[in-house]
Design a protein around this ligand. Structure first.
Ligand code: G
Ligand code: G
Ligand code: MN
Ligand code: NA
Length: 254
């Protein structure tokens, strides 16, 4: 069986699973959100990570139906947790380029919110710089419409794509996610510290919030706190968790 056909079966047989990585307020370490990360429970090979299958999903276009499932399942779960009285936190869902440029995307977000009953303010969509830069006029319009729905928008892997700073000032988004590659070598790399501090300062001047990714040690956390980073995500706080593990963590926090 080709990987493509295996992935087709995986969707039909519900072999995909959602993990959730908590995001925290940098200054208190309290959980304020989570990012959905897909995994594939392969019938014979066990748990598969996105680097083993995301590219194939993209190339085959399967990412559109799979991405729709990820969005719907994320909204459905978070809506049910809210109804069960767990502490209210937002969910950030990664959107792939193929999904973003699919003409049905806006409609599918609207339908998903309506069908799952998730209040719009609990949904965040993560897109990347290159997705926006491909077709600036069209993507600005789409981002604007998503925002009008009340969805929060963030730029994932910020600093690694080739976006132009001149567009950033008018880009209709709410959050920049500083890529893990800038955080990784703090506190040893002076230049990475300068860049990270500059991204945070620039974002704040543009009224954007900042999430730092890949925080693994207290030195990185301290540096980001001293430089007024808003939110953080990384193994120091929590790894991507199963639904059961996430619910345990949320229950402890209430
Ligand atoms: O989960 P992991 O830690 O290995 O994720 C690796 C990368 O795979 C992420 O940076 C992200 O770009 C991608 N990825 C993970 N989950 C999803 C998802 O649900 N949808 C999309 N489009 N990409 C994802
Ligand atoms: O969407 P994005 O490309 O940012 O996906 C986040 C990826 O980074 C996931 O694969 C997740 O498992 C991984 N990750 C999350 N926190 C850490 C961390 O602290 N260190 C490292 N090395 N990877 C992390
Ligand atoms: Mn992401
Ligand atoms: Na990222």
């Amino acid at each position: 069986l080709s990987l493509e056909n295996e992935l087709r079966n995986a969707l039909a047989n519900q072999e995909f699973e959602l993990y959730f990585q908590p995001q925290v307020h940098i200054n208190s370490s309290e959980i304020c959100g989570m990012e959905t990360l897909i995994r594939w429970q392969h019938p014979s090979k066990g748990l598969q990570y996105p680097d083993q299958f995301i590219d194939t999903l993209e190339e085959t276009g399967l990412i559109v139906p799979v991405g729709e499932w990820i969005l719907k399942e994320s909204c459905r779960l978070v809506s049910s947790w809210l109804k069960a009285g767990l502490p209210p936190i937002k969910v950030a869902v990664n959107i792939s380029a193929r999904q973003f440029t699919d003409p049905g995307f806006l409609r599918s977000v609207e339908k998903t919110l309506a069908a799952t009953g998730l209040p719009t303010e609990y949904l965040e969509l993560e897109i990347t710089e290159s997705m926006v830069m491909g077709n600036i006029d069209e993507s600005f319009e789409l981002l604007q419409k998503l925002r009008e729905l009340g969805v929060t928008l963030s730029i994932d892997d910020f600093g690694t794509g080739y976006s132009s700073l001149s567009y950033l000032k008018s880009l209709p988004v709410d959050i920049l996610k500083v890529d893990r590659s800038f955080v990784m070598d703090i506190p040893n790399s002076q230049s990475d510290m300068e860049i990270t501090a500059a991204i945070i300062a620039m974002a704040h001047k543009l009224q954007l919030k900042v999430v730092a990714e890949g925080i693994e040690n207290p030195e990185q956390h301290d540096f980001l706190n001293q430089n007024n980073c808003d939110y953080g995500q990384g193994y120091l706080f929590a790894k991507p968790l199963t639904q059961k593990e996430l619910i345990e963590v949320l229950n402890k926090q209430r």
